[in-house]
Design a protein around this ligand. Structure first.
Ligand code: FAD
Length: 161
């Protein structure tokens, strides 16, 4: 099995898009991620998966906190900024929730304390204990087969079934 086949198979799993944020002494760092899921209701736990060469990895290990910001369909540019897909450096301002930096306008801002860390293959899984949540209205930005999508544009297809 080659890498492309694995990527293509995983790409058929449609997801939302998040920006993971954390803060260390040299400032706030963000990274676009779709490897995110809810793990447990009691206690409230989530998991994110960060590749071994991502700059944010050591920053989360240092801060022992992170926030998951679930993006709206209006925030594709934000996703591209934090995925390194827009080459020029953009100034981004952050809101605060429970003292942690969060992305303004995100549908859900979820602050976490790292409760466990597991290195698996070329990624590290961080289990986050949820400390605070802020919700806003909006439609989610979607990611499917390597492309950004909008629920509004896809809904005509969904409503056929
Ligand atoms: P950098 O490359 O340093 O940061 C990423 C970008 O964010 C840079 O352009 C940087 O300038 C900008 N940035 C960071 N902080 C700030 C700030 N404070 N102000 C302004 N700009 C800032 N990778 C994973 O490991 N796990 C995933 O689950 C994952 N899912 C992805 C889902 C999607 C839809 C996409 C498009 C990418 C995904 N990636 C994922 C890849 C990941 O987003 C990129 O490889 C990213 O560039 C790696 O970030 P980095 O921490 O190495 O930091």
């Amino acid at each position: 099995m080659d890498d492309r086949q694995f990527r293509n198979a995983m790409g058929t799993f449609a997801t939302g898009v998040t920006v993971i944020t954390t803060e260390v002494e040299d400032g706030v760092h963000g990274m676009t991620a779709n490897a995110f899921m809810s793990v447990s209701l009691d206690p409230k736990l989530v998991v994110i998966s960060i590749k071994e060469n991502a700059k944010i990895l050591s920053k989360i290990q240092e801060s022992k906190t992170f926030a998951v910001n679930i993006l709206t369909e209006e925030q594709q540019e934000v996703s591209m900024i934090f995925a390194g897909q827009i080459k020029e450096q953009r100034e981004v301002t952050f809101d605060r929730l429970a003292g942690q930096p969060v992305v303004p306008g995100a549908m859900a801002q979820v602050t976490c304390e790292v409760s466990a860390e597991h290195m698996e293959g070329d990624h590290t899984l961080f289990i986050g204990k949820v400390t605070e949540i802020h919700l806003q209205d909006g439609n989610p930005l979607l990611f499917y087969k390597g492309r950004f999508r909008s629920l509004a544009k896809e809904s005509k297809v969904v409503s056929k079934f």
